[in-house]
Design a protein around this ligand. Structure first.
Ligand code: PDD
Length: 277
């Protein structure tokens, strides 16, 4: 465990003291919201957008963040200063809080901001691409980054059996919506396609769409069906931790004969330039 300091309800504490009550709805019912971002060059990446999404998630679940957006921003900057020995992953959490009846929030939330050293995925994932599986299901409230990732844990257990690094949710209509912790993109007929419905509005997704637009790549936000997998010329995932991660196999089908595609490579290169600029 690192010696990092974390924010908990107005105090800065080491991991040993980063605790919430067992009676908190986050513990007893998995109820609460979070957001997750990282630093590049010791600066928070798209902080404002992550904070906006965090407040929106809270609002959609009827929770009130006990701080203003500016105050949460200041906490993030203070934490980066206190934990300056490495690039950081930053997780902002608002718990459902303690209750009287075991279910109803009564405003006794905990606000936590956790600062851990950023960990990168193995380079081989980016050079050779990864395998993913599809699983039936979709997130209950896709726009909300809520704490309960039960579906994701189950899906990833399944993925591991197939040596896959991510699982893609396929909804009742046969649409690939998103990964358990990432957004999904495919390239069909040289066009970059990403689902626009039933997804978390990923911040990395937005950045990638912006980069693709600047590169003159044709973009379409529309449904992608699981039945279209064999038409994929390329495919990749995006997230704050995965950045752009190429996919070369989905279930038992290879994408682009199992190698990373040129458009994906171009986007990966530009993404690196962008985050370091
Ligand atoms: N997950 N969809 C889901 C369901 C996610 O959980 C995430 C991020 C994304 C991508 O969002 P962004 O580009 O803003 O990171 C899409 C984080 C990384 C996590 O839960 O660890």
């Amino acid at each position: 465990m690192s010696n990092n300091l974390h924010y908990l309800n107005g105090n800065w504490v080491f991991a040993d003291n980063l605790k919430v009550s067992a009676f908190d709805l986050a513990v007893s019912r998995g109820f609460g919201v979070f957001d997750f971002l990282r630093t590049y060059n010791y600066q928070p990446f798209y902080l404002k957008e992550h904070i906006d999404r965090f407040f929106n998630s809270a609002k959609l679940l009827g929770l009130k963040v006990p701080k203003t957006k500016k105050e949460v921003e200041d906490i993030v900057y203070e934490g980066i200063n206190k934990n300056s020995s490495s690039e950081l992953n930053i997780k902002i959490i608002l718990t459902g809080g303690e209750t009287e009846d075991g279910l109803t929030p009564i405003g006794k939330h905990s606000l936590l901001v956790i600062f851990t050293p950023a960990i990168s995925y193995p380079e081989v994932f980016y050079q050779k691409g990864i395998r993913v599986i599809t699983v039936k299901g979709s997130r209950f409230l896709p726009h909300v980054k809520y704490l309960n990732y039960t579906q994701a844990v189950i899906a990833m257990n399944e993925a591991k059996k197939f040596n896959a690094q991510e699982a893609l949710y396929v909804n009742e209509e046969g649409k690939i919506t998103e990964g358990t912790r990432s957004n999904f993109f495919a390239i069909i007929n040289n066009k970059l396609i990403t689902p626009d419905k039933y997804i978390l509005n990923g911040i990395t997704r937005e950045v990638v769409l912006k980069i693709a637009k600047n590169l003159g790549i044709e973009i379409e936000k529309k449904d992608i069906f699981v039945s279209q997998i064999t038409q994929f010329e390329e495919a990749f995932l995006t997230s704050s931790t995965k950045e752009i991660m190429p996919i070369v196999a989905i279930d038992d089908k290879t994408v682009r004969k199992g190698s990373v595609g040129e458009i994906t490579k171009k986007l990966m290169r530009e993404f690196k330039v962008f985050v370091n600029s």
